[in-house]
Structure formats: C-alpha cells, structure tokens
Design a protein around this ligand. Structure first.
Ligand code: FHN
Length: 433
C-alpha cells in the first residue's frame, strides 16, 4: 500500500514538474510575482459563518453536525462591527502589503454575492453585505493587494466528491456526474471572483483531501489555472497542496513552516524557484475560537517575519476575526507593534532576498543588492563569526549607523562588539563586494 502511495505521489510530482515547464507566465504575471516576492508581509483572514460558533473553521467537521443544522448559523451571522476601512488601515499600518481572505472555506459558504449559489453572505444572512466587495474596494483604495483563499473542498454540496476530511458531513457518498458539476460550479465562481473583484492572487486549499484515494484523483487543476490566467494573466495562483508546485502555479505555499523546514508536519516538499510564502497563525488556530487566547508575542512574530525573509519568503500572518466583525484585541496589539518595528527596520526586510548565511541559533541574514543585513536575535558573546564568500567593505549598526569593528579572515569576517547585542533584532549592515 505504502509503495503504491509513494509511486502515485512520484507520478503526480513528475507530471506536475513536467507540466510546470510548459507554463509560460505573461510579462504582467512576472512583474506581479516580483512585487509579491518583495512585499514580505500579508495578512491572512479566516472568516465565515463558522466564526459564529467560535470553534474554528473546521467546526462543521469537528462537531459532526448535520449540514442542515450547521447552515442555520448563516441566519445569525450579523457582523455589525465590520468596517473594511478600519481593518485595511490596521493591516497597512502593520506594514502588510496584501491581505488574503477566505472567500469560501471547506464549509462551502461564500463570503460574496455569488450568482451560483444562495448559500452566500448576501442571500443567506441578515447582514446582506458583500464583504469581499468591501474589502477589495478598500484594499485598492489604500494600496494593498487583494488575494482570496478558495477551498477546493466543499462539505455542503452533494456534488463534491467526498474526500478524507468530509466523510462525517457529506450525506451522499457519491453522485454520478458530481465532479463535472462541481468543477463547473467552482470555475464559474472563480471567473466571477476575478472579474467582479479584480483579484490579485488566488490561494487554493484542499487538494490533500484526496491524497489517500486508491486511484489518483484528477482535480483538473491545469485547465482551471489556464482559465484563471486567460481572464487575468497577472493573477497569481498558489496552492496549499503541500507538494512542489504544479503547472500554472505562480508561487509556492508552506503551512506553519519556513521553506525547507518541516516542524509542523505539512511540509518536506522541495523548495522551488517561485516566490515563496509561509502562512502562520498568531495564536493556535485559523478561524476564531473563543478559548484560543494564547498568542505568540510581538517579539516572536517580528523575529518570525525576519526569519521568513531570511529564507527569501513572505509571511502570511493569520487573524481569525470575531463573529461581530471585530478583529481580536490581541491581534490588533501585535499588528501595531509589528508596524512600529517595520517603520524603523522595514528596509532590512522588504524587497530583500534570502541572506547569504542559513539561519543560525543567533539569528538570520537578508540581502538587498550589496547590502547584507545581519539580524541578531540571541547572541551570548561579544563576537560573531560570519562565514561569507563575499568581501566586506564596511560594517555598521542599522539603527544609528555606528561603525562595527570587524576582522576579515579566509572564510568571512568576525564582528566585534563593545557589549553583547540585545533587543528584538540587533541589526548590523554590511556593505559587501
Ligand atoms: O484545512 C485548512 C485549514 O482550515 C486552514 O485553512 C489552513 C491554512 O493553511 N489550510 C488547511 C489545512 O492545510
């Protein structure tokens, strides 16, 4: 069985990498990729009718509620404190350059006024406001890129072919012609999203739902991606399938791990040459959970952002908005503190590439042209040896431009400090040749 799964995976990966060579992104797409790669911080928003249960976005699955019962939440979804302008301002002030909102998560509820279902925020809730539209408009107004999460899984429609995760919640096991119908539905919705809201990127999730099928499941992604790119060639496509990118994808996603790492258990895939993005939570879960109150500190999140940049990737940092439309107070504190830090030190992060030295216990490095930024998080000594293949011409603290003494050797330089560097991120800038 194991052999069969490995073989299947190999086949999928081989087909995907072959097809990847065949996709030619447009000029506009390449430009959008570069802008994306330079942007470094995005805000992920898991928000839907599941928020009303305050038990996370998998509540329908976890509770084993019937869908008919779960659906009643739509009639109680009235986020009267939702204010797109205030949300986007908070994200912008935090230093984020884009947002990614769950337009439709696995529960199948659409957060926009879709023409292809009544199970949406305008038709099925007393709120009757199209939050995708309002956020798209505000992002454009305030200069942030607008990305949408879209689940390939649907736990509410009978025509979605039941996968691993939906067995508890989908009443029908299989209906003839289901996939063809569902695929058409998704493509209609995707075309609608791109045309109505001028989406900058689509973020897919759910392919892993059929990973354990005995016969490989054909998601027909290539046709779907081609359809998206035919409507808007510069719309970036990413897929959280936890594999190396497939044909037609424009960036690579990592979940809860930095590229090349696998502490959370979702990764292990090769790191591609596409722009990279790591999604991570501020607390534990993605969607709002009333008891999920232990948040990562701002210091931790700043260091995580810098470490993500050190790998040449973006951080897509998640917030689970409350059912009343407010962002949790704890997340606002972190946004504010990250923004303060980025206003001072953003130059060492935005538009940088991966540093010359891989992450060390003391910290990480980022690079911009001939400037190499040494981010020291935790150093116990007054000296720091850096193995470098380039020459260092000058070294100074980023904060106050004070010269830092350094001794050049055969394999790099040793920085010498008067006192042990301390703080969230003690940055030394090296001018290199
Ligand atoms: O099942 C989802 C989960 O709810 C969440 O959206 C995350 C975000 O990366 N993606 C899936 C798990 O891989």
């Amino acid at each position: 069985m194991k052999k069969l799964i490995t073989l299947t995976l190999l086949l999928v990966v081989a087909t995907a990498s072959l097809a990847q060579q065949q996709y030619t992104p447009s000029e506009g797409n390449l430009k959008a990729r570069q802008e994306f790669a330079d942007s470094k911080l995005g805000i992920f928003l898991h928000w839907g009718i599941y928020s009303t249960f305050a038990q996370g976005e998998w509540y329908l699955h976890k509770s084993k509620l019937s869908h008919a019962e779960y659906k009643k939440a739509a009639d109680g979804f009235y986020p009267h404190r939702f204010d797109a302008k205030a949300w986007v301002k908070a994200f912008k002030d935090a230093g984020a350059k884009y947002i990614c909102l769950t337009s439709r998560h696995h529960d199948g509820f659409s957060m926009w006024n879709t023409a292809y279902s009544d199970y949406d925020i305008v038709d099925a809730t007393p709120f009757k406001r199209d939050v995708v539209k309002e956020l798209a408009k505000e992002c454009k107004h305030q200069g942030l890129k607008f990305h949408l999460y879209y689940s390939h899984i649907d736990w509410s429609r009978d025509d979605y072919p039941v996968g691993k995760a939906g067995r508890y919640v989908t009443e029908k096991e299989h209906i003839e012609g289901g996939w063809a119908n569902y695929y058409k539905f998704m493509n209609n919705q995707l075309a609608e999203l791109i045309t109505k809201y001028d989406v900058d990127a689509l973020w897919f999730d759910g392919v892993w739902d059929h990973r354990e099928d005995a016969t490989p499941f054909n998601w027909q992604l290539e046709e779907q991606y081609a359809m998206i790119h035919s409507i808007k060639p510069e719309c970036l496509i990413g897929n959280n399938h936890h594999l190396t990118p497939f044909a037609g994808e424009d960036f690579q996603i990592f979940e809860r791990d930095l590229p090349g790492e696998n502490k959370a258990g979702y990764s292990g895939q090769d790191v591609s040459r596409l722009p990279l993005e790591t999604c991570q939570t501020m607390n534990k879960g993605w969607g709002y959970e009333v008891d999920d109150i232990v948040y990562k500190s701002s210091e931790y999140l700043i260091r995580y952002l810098v470490s993500t940049s050190g790998k040449g990737a973006n951080l897509l940092l998640n917030i689970g908005p409350q059912p009343n439309g407010e962002l949790p107070a704890e997340s606002l504190v972190r946004l504010k503190e990250m923004g303060e830090w980025l206003r001072k030190y953003g130059d060492t992060v935005y538009a940088t590439t991966a540093g010359d030295i891989k992450a060390q216990e003391w910290g990480v490095t980022t690079r911009k042209g001939n400037r190499l930024f040494v981010h020291i998080f935790d150093l116990k000594a007054k000296e720091l040896h850096l193995s470098l293949s380039c020459k260092v011409e000058r070294a100074f603290t980023f904060d106050d431009k004070k010269a830092v003494e350094f001794v050049a050797g055969n394999d790099g330089v040793t920085l010498k400090f008067d006192t042990v560097p301390s703080g969230t991120d003690y940055i030394v800038e090296l001018i290199t040749k």
